[in-house]
Design a protein around this ligand. Structure first.
Ligand SMILES: [Ca+2]
Ligand SMILES: [Ca+2]
Ligand SMILES: [Ca+2]
Ligand SMILES: [Ca+2]
Length: 213
């Protein structure tokens, strides 16, 4: 194999590796609420120490509340007979949202009631998913959305407001649609290297049989 072909193959491999690295580096931002003050009532628009890019609000009133225990806190939307829900705003374009939910008490919802996650892009709804509540009072369910790009979302228990089931969520994981800056730089470097390698390749007409292999 001529040297220039070997070099081009190696450089293409390098570019592919950097592209794969760029994809892999888009790790989600995870909000666990575990550094917050237990049994506090944060204001609407609050963010945790884990990310200032994700904010949380009550859709009606201001009744967010940190519940759980010292080792594992979660976020609740209290006073649920006002039929409010959890609003999440992302200061970036998101491609995937995943969260755990619980507090699904029997008697506070009916069999067949669901948790609903609705995604919005600049205020316009772009999709919705729902998961039936298993009504066991255990935080053992999960809901996720990745069908469109979005920058806000509402999580709500679709139950009779008179029953007053309070939404409780934890481990809110949000993936940004844009690659991390350092990954973008790596990708640009890879593309530049391949571009140079291709530019150095001899033009056709040299008669080198390997060019037509
Ligand atoms: Ca937690
Ligand atoms: Ca409320
Ligand atoms: Ca609610
Ligand atoms: Ca459950």
């Amino acid at each position: 194999m001529p040297n220039h072909r070997l070099r081009t193959t190696l450089l293409l491999s390098l570019a592919l590796a950097t592209a794969v690295a760029a994809q892999a580096s888009a790790a989600p931002i995870l909000v666990t609420f575990d550094s917050e003050v237990l049994f506090s009532n944060p204001p609407n628009g609050f963010s945790t120490a884990e990310s200032s890019e994700i904010t949380f609000s009550d859709t009606l009133g201001s009744e967010l509340f940190l519940v759980g225990d010292a080792g594992n806190k979660a976020l609740a939307v209290l006073t649920d007979n006002d039929d409010s829900a959890l609003f999440m705003q992302f200061n970036f374009l998101a491609s995937e949202l995943n969260l755990d939910f619980g507090n699904d008490k029997p008697g506070f919802a009916n069999v067949g009631d669901s948790a609903v996650l609705t995604a919005f892009l600049d205020g316009t709804q772009v999709g919705q998913v729902s998961v039936p509540l298993n009504l066991n009072t255990v935080m053992d369910q999960n809901i996720s959305f990745d069908a469109a790009l979005f920058n806000s979302a509402i999580f709500k228990y679709d139950v009779d407001p008179a029953l007053g089931l309070t939404e409780v969520v934890d481990n809110v994981a949000v993936t940004s649609a844009a690659p991390e800056p350092h990954a973008a730089v790596l990708f640009a470097v890879g593309a530049w290297v391949v571009g140079r390698a291709c530019a150095r390749r001899p033009r056709t007409g040299t008669g080198a049989p390997n060019e037509h292999a």
